[in-house]
Design a protein around this ligand. Structure first.
Ligand SMILES: CC(C)(COP(=O)(O)OP(=O)(O)OC[C@H]1O[C@@H](n2cnc3c(N)ncnc32)[C@H](O)[C@@H]1OP(=O)(O)O)[C@@H](O)C(=O)NCCC(=O)NCCS
Length: 148
């Protein structure tokens, strides 16, 4: 675990750093507008992990009807492998439990073993697949779920 990483709710001024990580990470990146509107939505929680003043990663969760979808999670490439993803996922699950969500689910690329290991460590279990869910490159999604 990275001793210096702090997890907190994202603010407007974090958006450029979030978008930079997003665009460097995903072939089909969310737009800046999606993140900006997410900050205004009651059903969406955006968390950032910071090291000092630097935004090192973020997590986005959508909450509705007692269920929550972990919609986005990324750590900047240079800062991976030292517990920041762990801290973000832990912080996200804490928010969901506080909000009374009973179940969390997410989709992950079938080849993304590092992310899947992180989710499994937190108790997520595979409940199915979506064939050809992702584009660029085309790939199946594993659907993982956790009872909170
Ligand atoms: C998936 C992702 C968010 C994980 O973030 P991360 O900060 O690298 O995650 P952690 O550091 O908490 O854990 C990653 C690994 O580092 C290890 N680790 C954590 N702290 C460590 C430390 N201090 N020293 C050595 N290793 C450490 C963990 O045990 C874990 O090992 P594993 O891969 O063998 O399971 C990150 O790799 C990422 O952004 N990937 C691209 C985007 C992505 O795939 N998002 C998920 C989409 S569903």
């Amino acid at each position: 675990m990275s001793a210096a990483a702090q997890v907190r709710r994202a603010r407007r001024e974090d958006l450029p750093a979030i978008v930079e990580i997003e665009e460097a990470t995903f072939s089909e990146a969310w737009t800046p507008e999606t993140f900006a509107s997410g900050l205004q939505r009651d059903d969406m929680v955006v968390l950032v992990a910071t090291e000092g003043e630097v935004v090192a990663g973020y997590a986005v969760v959508v909450i509705g009807d007692g269920e929550a979808e972990l919609a986005n999670l990324a750590v900047s490439a240079a800062r991976r492998g030292r517990g920041i993803g762990e801290a973000l996922l832990g912080g996200t699950l804490e928010v969901l439990r506080d909000r009374g969500a009973s179940c969390a689910y997410l989709a992950v690329r079938a080849s993304n073993e590092r992310a899947a290991r992180l989710y499994r460590r937190h108790g997520f279990r595979e409940i199915g697949t979506h064939a050809g869910y992702y584009a660029r490159p085309r790939e199946d999604a594993l659907v993982l779920a956790l009872e909170l």
